[in-house]
Design a protein around this ligand. Structure first.
Ligand code: SF4
Length: 267
């Protein structure tokens, strides 16, 4: 009986539809939970019983964040190896230099080489690495139209909206409530542009986590007994340039980075 030792081993036997019927947002998250002994394979109702009966999961495989990240990125890197990167530069809004694609993320260049490896001058947050590689593999869609919607109103966003509001909007709202002045730091840190009058918000900035994937961050201060609000909006073309699960990952990753920025500036 084959023994599944790593999250990638487990992912390989899953349907990989990211349907969430097991309660995890993606098959990869489920695979990691199984590898850590927090879930069992039979919690995926779509796993072929013959497959389930033919494998076993190594007990309590140790959690290795680097291995988990590599497992998530491996299939994307395999696809990138088969691509000719130079012609992709223009449709992606990227540049090609020294055999690498330079993809700008929040004012900073990340380079992707022919092996699908990602390089940058800063620490690569795993939540951001996967969206950048997905953008290279699946991007090249239309230019943004400047029409803004919340994630749940994107064509495939209905199921992701609830997770996104929890992982991104609520976390950023708390940071803004506690450190409203930090929004202004984004202008310098993330090459953001003020976007006054957006949805009648008190503070709004436009950021570009990827060249053709702008995000509009809007904050409404508490007023007259009304609680504050924070919402992230996406261009209506967003899913033509990045799969919705990657858009979700990007937003959640930005919330994590914003939290780190806040900790640094409030020490
Ligand atoms: S139920 Fe199965 S196929 Fe659906 S997300 Fe979970 S692991 Fe993936």
């Amino acid at each position: 009986m084959p023994e599944l030792k790593t999250p990638l081993d487990i992912l390989k036997v899953l349907p990989q539809t990211n349907c969430r019927d097991c309660g995890s947002p993606t098959c990869m998250v489920f695979a990691v939970a199984v590898s850590q002994g927090k879930q069992t394979l039979d919690a995926c109702p779509h796993l072929d019983p013959e497959v389930a009966g033919a494998v076993s999961v190594a007990a309590n495989a140790p959690s290795d964040p680097i291995a988990e990240l590599q497992a998530a990125l491996g299939p994307l890197q395999e696809k990138i190896k088969s691509l000719d990167l130079e012609p992709l530069a223009e449709p992606l809004g990227a540049r090609f230099k020294d055999g690498k694609l330079l993809v700008n993320c929040l004012g900073r260049d990340f380079s992707v080489d022919a092996e699908g490896r990602l390089h940058s001058g800063c620490h690569v947050n795993g939540w951001v690495a996967s969206p950048i590689l997905n953008y290279v593999v699946k991007g090249g869609g239309p230019e943004p139209k400047g029409e803004w919607v919340p994630l749940r109103e994107l064509p495939g966003g209905k199921d992701w909206g609830r997770f996104f509001e929890h992982q991104c909007d609520k976390r950023l709202k708390k940071l803004m409530d506690d450190h409203t002045e930090l929004m202004e730091n984004l202008v310098d840190l993330w090459a953001a542009r003020p976007a006054p009058d957006s949805f009648d918000s008190d503070i709004a900035v436009l950021i570009h986590p990827l060249p053709k994937l702008p995000m509009l961050l809007c904050y409404w201060k508490p007023e007259d007994g009304m609680a504050s609000e924070f919402h992230v909006f996406f261009d209506v073309t967003a899913e033509d340039n990045l799969p919705v699960e990657s858009i979700y990952s990007l937003g959640a990753g930005l919330a994590v980075m914003f939290e780190k920025v806040t900790q640094t500036h409030t020490k």
